[in-house]
Design a protein around this ligand. Structure first.
Ligand code: ADP
Ligand code: MG
Length: 693
């Protein structure tokens, strides 16, 4: 029998579990007996010793034992039963808001009582509300617990006692088979002073009474760190495997462009920045290989990613291949279409735009051209990869602002890509701190455009209270009178486009009344794409002075003459998003302003965040601060919900490990290649099942 068989059995085979309970377990990701081992407590209770009443402090969760001195039902705001308890050191009160007659009868003066509960401040001094308790006439309470009591993540209908009993059976099975296989080299573990996997699991399910509870609760206990490092490593190795697999499938080798790229550069009124040149070189080298490029270009807003993408496209087109460029919104797709068509036309490169609203006739014509290979550069939204869109010879897929795409759209793209396996270039303006990027994008090569084109003046940012709205309106008035254009951005916490649209409408109305002499437009997500485009075009053509908008203008929109931006309630947005928004101004040569008009009162953290926005315009610094203030989940956005789900590891808490993980992965590949698959399966196989529930 294989040694792990018992643990690999469905947990429905354990004692005390029927089909109903098994179903509940499944709902929280527990299917096999071994899953229970990795179902770790989120908290511990210490029921291993009695605490003298005199030592009680607010917030402690402890066991006390004493004699009932008085019992009384009081009628305050709520009726409650008070039970005064004394031990040799002092006096405290147990308070019950709900109690039965039987309970009342049990609680008799002179009896002994033992309680476990949290200490709080009540009307009588230190109290416990509804503790777990036992009453006895003698002192014969059952023995105290031997180890800290684990509390497990659970679900309705599966109580802690039952869950604990199931976990304990899994632990018995684990001990019977002599532990789990260890995939990390023992010298690594001893070097770090970390326990084996088996010891770590045993410790976490039943920590010794003397354990460092603070460490356990913060996740920094060696046993937790041991699991975290293994999980991070498994995650990294799995991304490396995905990458290897993709690359082993091969892609067309596309030689660097000899004519089109230089023709393009000749028509531009500017030259490439050093950073653009470097990144273009990296892309060029990737595409010349016969394995698919998997490259992510990170570049702050306005760093000139579109041009870099166009140069990559030309390399594919010159080699006789087609290019698909996908943007997250129709507005952006249309903007790309306009920009790139202007560049493409003199080169004789054919372009097309395919979005959801593309008419049937036009769509049919486009698809036909595409299938015949007459269309070289197709831009659009995820409509580019829907059923019925067939490419003649797809050589390169470009995804702009990839962080804005949902998981489903990216998966659909992946499926499509597997068929033809073109080169892949993704672009994002969300600066991700380096260590996080190494973890989140271990399957991609990362290029960074860390330089803005010359001549940009930084946006002067002011933080101002909404109480001073009138002053802000006067500033807008003055700016418009001066020939500048203004964005006025309305934010709402609600995701609902409808509510956002309403709020923006109200603001636009108010501005109309306050500034009747200026031309004001309103842009929101509920508008038809064609109307949005028309409006943006009018704004771009300076037919509007003020554009009131929801956050739909966040990514990529380019209007150089707009040099003032008001953001209402900026405290509701993440720093990265604010940075994106602010990037809409400061695109021309005029001095630019951004007014962050916060709703008071602002929390201390809110103040700190806006201060970050005020003091820097460096996207990477902002991202680092965002990471500190809000944690990696928010910073990574959808990437987190898609690919980065950890059971033990925490990217923020365990960030010191992140830089060494890639090295460790390489070392394992060199020294223990046979350990890689089982290690990945142990963590990722289960993670898949988690993702499905
Ligand atoms: P993003 O990186 O945010 O997508 P864009 O590609 O939209 O930025 O570029 C922003 C603006 O900068 C565009 O108007 C573009 O034409 C211009 N631009 C790009 N590269 C350069 C450069 N090297 N010098 C000057 N302007 C440039
Ligand atoms: Mg862009």
């Amino acid at each position: 029998m294989p040694p792990e068989l018992a643990l690999d059995r469905p947990l429905s085979e354990l004692k005390g579990i029927g089909p109903k309970l098994a179903e509940k377990c499944q709902a929280i990701g527990l299917t096999l007996v071994s899953d229970l081992l990795f179902h770790l407590p989120y908290k511990y209770q210490n029921r291993t010793r009695l605490t003298p009443i005199a030592q009680l402090k607010l917030g402690m969760a402890v066991v006390i034992e004493g004699e009932i001195r008085a019992v009384q039902v009081v009628f305050g705001r709520r009726r409650s039963l008070l039970c005064r308890i004394a031990d040799a050191s002092g006096l405290m009160t147990m308070r019950l808001f709900h109690f039965s007659r039987a309970q009342e009868a049990m609680l008799k003066k002179g009896r002994r009582i033992r309680c476990y509960g949290e200490v709080r401040m009540g009307a009588t001094g230190l109290e416990m509300n509804h503790p777990e308790y036992r009453v006895s006439d003698s002192q014969d309470f059952p023995p105290l617990e031997q180890s800290l009591t684990p509390l497990y993540p659970s679900t309705e209908g599966l109580n802690q006692l039952r869950l604990r009993a199931l976990v304990d059976q899994a632990i018995t099975a684990l001990k019977r088979q002599g532990g789990l296989k260890e995939w990390l080299p023992p010298d690594w573990l001893s070097g770090w002073g970390l326990p084996t996997l088996t010891d770590a699991l045993l410790t976490l399910h039943h920590p010794e009474p003397g354990s460092d509870t603070d460490a356990l609760l913060s996740g920094l206990h060696p046993a937790q760190q041991r699991l975290a490092v293994e999980e991070l490593l498994a995650h990294h190795l799995s991304l490396m495997q995905v990458r290897q697999k993709t690359q082993s499938l091969g892609a067309p080798a596309l030689p660097p462009s000899r004519t089109l790229v230089s023709q393009l550069l000749r028509q531009l009124p500017f030259t490439l920045t050093g950073a653009q040149q470097r990144v273009v070189g990296e892309i060029q080298a990737d595409m010349a290989l016969s394995q698919p490029m998997l490259r992510l270009v990170q570049g702050d807003v306005g760093s000139g990613k579109t041009l870099v993408a166009m140069m990559a496209a030309l390399q594919a087109i010159e080699a006789g291949y087609q290019v698909a460029m996908m943007a997250p919104t129709e507005l952006l797709a249309e903007q790309h279409y306009r920009t790139l068509s202007v560049w493409a036309e003199p080169l004789g490169v054919t372009t097309g735009l395919l979005v959801g609203k593309t008419g049937k006739k036009q769509r049919t014509a486009l698809l036909q051209q595409l299938a015949q290979g007459d269309l070289q550069l197709l831009m659009g939204t995820h409509a580019l990869f829907q059923q019925g869109v067939d490419y003649h010879k797809l050589g390169l897929v470009i995804i702009d602002e990839q962080h804005r795409f949902g998981v489903h759209q990216r998966l659909a793209l992946k499926e499509k890509a597997v068929l033809g396996l073109p080169h892949q270039l993704t672009m994002t303006a969300t600066p991700i701190p380096r260590t996080l990027a190494m973890t989140a994008y271990a399957d991609l090569d990362v290029s960074i455009i860390d330089e803005l084109p010359p001549g940009r003046t930084p946006v002067v940012t002011t933080v101002i209270s909404q109480d001073r709205r009138d002053a802000v309106v006067r500033r807008v008035d003055a700016a418009c009178a001066d020939g500048r254009q203004v964005y006025w951005v309305c934010t709402l916490i609600e995701e609902s486009e409808e509510l956002q649209a309403e709020a923006a409408e109200e603001t636009a109305d108010a501005l109309h009344r306050a500034l009747p002499q200026h031309r004001i437009g309103l842009l929101h997500g509920r508008m038809k794409p064609a109307d949005k485009t028309r409006l943006m075009e009018a704004f771009k053509a300076a037919e509007l002075d003020i554009l009131v908008a929801t956050t739909v203008i966040e990514v990529g929109v380019d209007v150089p003459n707009a040099s003032v931006m008001i953001i209402e309630n900026p405290e509701r947005l993440g720093l990265a998003q604010l940075h994106q928004l602010r990037g809409r101004v400061g695109r021309g040569s005029a001095d630019s302003y951004c007014l962050l008009m916060f709703g008071s009162p602002l929390s201390a953290q809110g103040k700190q965040r806006l201060e970050v926005m005020r003091s820097t315009s460096d996207g990477f610094i902002i991202a680092e601060e965002d990471l500190k203030l809000r944690g990696p989940g928010e910073v990574l956005g959808t990437r987190q919900t898609g690919a980065l789900q950890f059971r033990v590891a925490d990217l923020e808490r365990d960030r010191n490990w992140l830089p060494v993980i890639p090295e460790l992965a390489q070392k394992l590949v060199r020294e223990k290649p046979s350990h890689i698959s089982p290690l990945v399966n142990r963590w990722l196989f289960n993670a898949d099942r988690y993702a499905q529930v």
